[in-house]
Design a binder for this molecule. Structure first.
Ligand code: GRF
Length: 205
């Protein structure tokens, strides 16, 4: 089930999940600030003390760390963590969850609960180079073109229905950082555009 179609008067309520610096979150918040949109970020959640939380706090958006509970069993720990995240999402009446540099793999039960309303951006042209080292893998492969992909999250890793993708050239001598920065610039335009379309009901999956 795809998200409700938002309106300017009743924009789709987004939660953005991050793990790092949140440059993607910052770009989305700017996009939402500069013009009336059909979506707005009403909650930011990080799985640790992520620097990106400041982007939400600076705009008065509830921005919180939900750390992994101190549970020895890894499966139990993941489930307990997701239960805490889910409680926050429900309390904030979230309608769509946006993963933006969120480095945790979500369990099938979480994905099932949010399927169709759970979006991710990955810094490669999926299905190429899934996983946590896309730029390293693309460079090691000698790729001349990489890019970024926005997709609905399913039970696999970086394998859900693709909503949009954009190519980014790989230049001779690129380091991982060079490629990451070039891709991030494209991500920061593509992701807000796709969220505009998603909130407008432009996709029929
Ligand atoms: C982005 O390139 C995203 O595609 C990847 O991790 C990076 C997160 O960067 N999953 P930031 O935290 O948004 O700056």
């Amino acid at each position: 089930m795809l998200p409700r179609v938002g309106t300017v008067d009743d924009p789709l309520r987004l939660a953005v999940l991050i793990s790092g610096g949140g440059s993607g979150l910052a770009a989305l918040l700017t996009h939402q600030e500069v013009a009336a949109r059909l979506h707005r970020t009403v909650l930011v959640v990080a799985d640790g003390d992520a620097g990106g939380l400041e982007h939400g706090r600076g705009l008065g958006i509830p921005s919180k760390t939900i750390s992994l509970p101190n549970v020895s069993d890894k499966v139990e720990q993941r489930l307990a963590h997701e239960a805490l995240v889910l409680a926050e999402l429900e309390a904030a009446e979230i309608e769509c969850v946006v993963l933006s540099g969120y480095m945790r793999i979500l369990t099938p039960s979480f994905v099932k609960r949010w399927k169709g309303r759970l979006v991710n951006i990955h810094p490669s042209l999926l299905p190429k180079y899934p996983g946590a080292h896309a730029h390293r893998d693309a460079l090691a492969d000698g790729a001349k073109v990489s890019g970024c992909t926005v997709h609905l999250v399913n039970e696999g890793v970086d394998s859900g229905y693709i909503l949009a993708a954009e190519e980014v050239p790989v230049l001779d001598g690129d380091s991982e950082e060079d490629l990451q920065e070039r891709v991030k610039k494209v991500e920061q335009i593509l992701y807000p555009e796709v969220l505009d379309q998603l909130a407008a009901g432009a996709f029929s999956v």
